[in-house]
Design a binder for this molecule. Structure first.
Ligand SMILES: *Cc1c(COP(=O)(O)O)cnc(C)c1O
Length: 397
């Protein structure tokens, strides 16, 4: 790396960026700083650090966390990042930092269920207008963008459908009207897709998923220009949500990040093979996976993703009941929410929503999520074992 101007590759930066052992007693692995506060040699020094928004208190600053933040910003091609306690903490911290009463946000019509709830039930309580738009056709934006719209917010690939949205086309239209673009890139991770390179302003991640990748913690991140991230840290994180990521969790995410690209290569290869097998299966009605040629977003996916990641959705000809029978016939793949882990995980959003209605009659499926939709997070197990398990499940239908 030294003595040359060439930029190290993704994998090298995922392992080394933002950490110099010489500054940490020569430890090769970043240490975990378990401290809630920082002591100063003088009152003057404390004031100087505070003035520069430096490390005064651990709600906003921690040396272990700072390494993770620098690394995530670098890998997404951004100036800065702030990490928080979960993906939903990132959603709340972002929206409550950047939006005020009387302003509006455009969201894609299909969203991760809890972001859907935040948009439709949460934000309106604060006088923030939410405008759902089908962003599969970016021209739909033109009719709704006006000076009150501050943000355009979407996921790509979309949870749980695995639909692909065109980041560059949406960003171009949003920017023409002065709105900023937020992409929740959780389904892809920066090893596969870097939204800022396609015109997005802010990238959101649930670190819980691929970036940590081991299913053992919750975390979230917001990545973008330095001024916006400073504002989010200094308002949203400091006094609106206070949703700080623990240094222990930051350490584990740093560890997970070291193998992100290696994992995504295997995730992507496994998922493409499973998507093709499902597409050819007589009991399967439809399959959606970004890198399937039959996917309506295929050209967009090829343009903005380096592989298809490992989230796919499908429906069986036997519909809602077929989905349940198939899932109950699996022995390796876990019936579980969450995604992006080494373990393959499968879920049926309609069953979960209908179960929730027993306690909350208003629970509803997100727009665009059909009753038959099964979401599969393809893990890192041997492909033959995964194919055999899915075949076995389909035999039960
Ligand atoms: C899981 C998820 C979130 C929320 O993240 P948590 O870490 O579970 O709070 C947000 N967006 C997407 C796309 C997700 O899959």
């Amino acid at each position: 790396m030294t003595g040359s101007n060439r930029k190290p590759g993704f994998q090298t930066r995922a392992i080394h960026h933002g950490f110099n052992p010489a500054e940490h007693h020569r430890a090769v692995t970043p240490p975990i700083y378990m401290t809630s506060t920082y002591a100063f040699d003088s009152v003057d020094e404390a004031e100087a650090v505070a003035e520069q928004a430096g490390a005064v208190y651990a709600r906003e600053h921690n040396p272990t966390t700072a390494i993770l933040e620098a690394r995530l910003a670098e890998l997404e091609g951004a100036e800065a990042a702030v990490v928080v306690a979960s993906g939903m903490a990132a959603v709340g911290t972002l929206l409550l930092s950047l939006l005020s009463q009387g302003e509006a946000i455009v969201v894609h019509s299909t969203l991760y269920s809890n972001t859907f709830a935040m948009a439709h039930d949460g934000l309106p309580r604060f006088g923030i207008k939410v405008i759902p738009v089908d962003l599969a056709n970016p021209a739909n934006l033109d009719a709704v963008l006006d000076a009150t719209v501050k943000l355009v917010y979407f996921e790509t690939p979309v949870n749980p459908t695995a639909q692909t949205l065109d980041i560059a086309a949406i960003a171009e239209r949003a920017h023409a009207h002065g709105a900023r673009v937020v992409v929740d890139s959780t389904f892809a991770s920066p090893a596969v897709q870097r939204p800022i390179e396609h015109g997005a302003d802010i990238v959101l991640h649930s670190l819980t998923k691929y970036i940590n990748g081991h299913g053992d913690l919750l975390g979230g991140a917001l990545i973008g220009d330095a001024a916006t991230i400073a504002r989010i840290r200094g308002t949203g994180l400091r006094y609106i949500t206070g949703a700080t990521l623990s240094p222990m969790a930051a350490f584990l995410v740093i560890r997970g990040l070291k193998t992100l690209k290696l994992r995504m290569d295997v995730h992507g290869a496994n998922a493409l093979a499973i998507a093709r097998m499902l597409e050819a299966h007589p009991k399967v009605a439809w399959v959606r996976y970004p890198f399937l040629e039959s996917n309506p977003g295929y050209a967009t996916a090829r343009r903005q993703m380096s592989n298809g990641s490992a989230m796919l959705s499908f429906g069986l000809k036997a519909g809602f009941e077929g989905a349940r029978r198939m899932m109950d016939g699996l022995s390796l793949i876990a019936r579980a929410v969450s995604l992006g882990d080494a373990e393959s995980l499968i879920m049926h959003p309609a069953s979960l929503t209908y179960a929730r209605r027993r306690t909350n009659p208003a629970a509803k499926l997100a727009t665009g999520v059909s009753e038959d939709l099964v979401r599969l997070s393809v893990g890192l197990e041997d492909l033959d074992d995964l194919l055999a398990d899915i075949e076995g499940g389909l035999e039960r239908v």
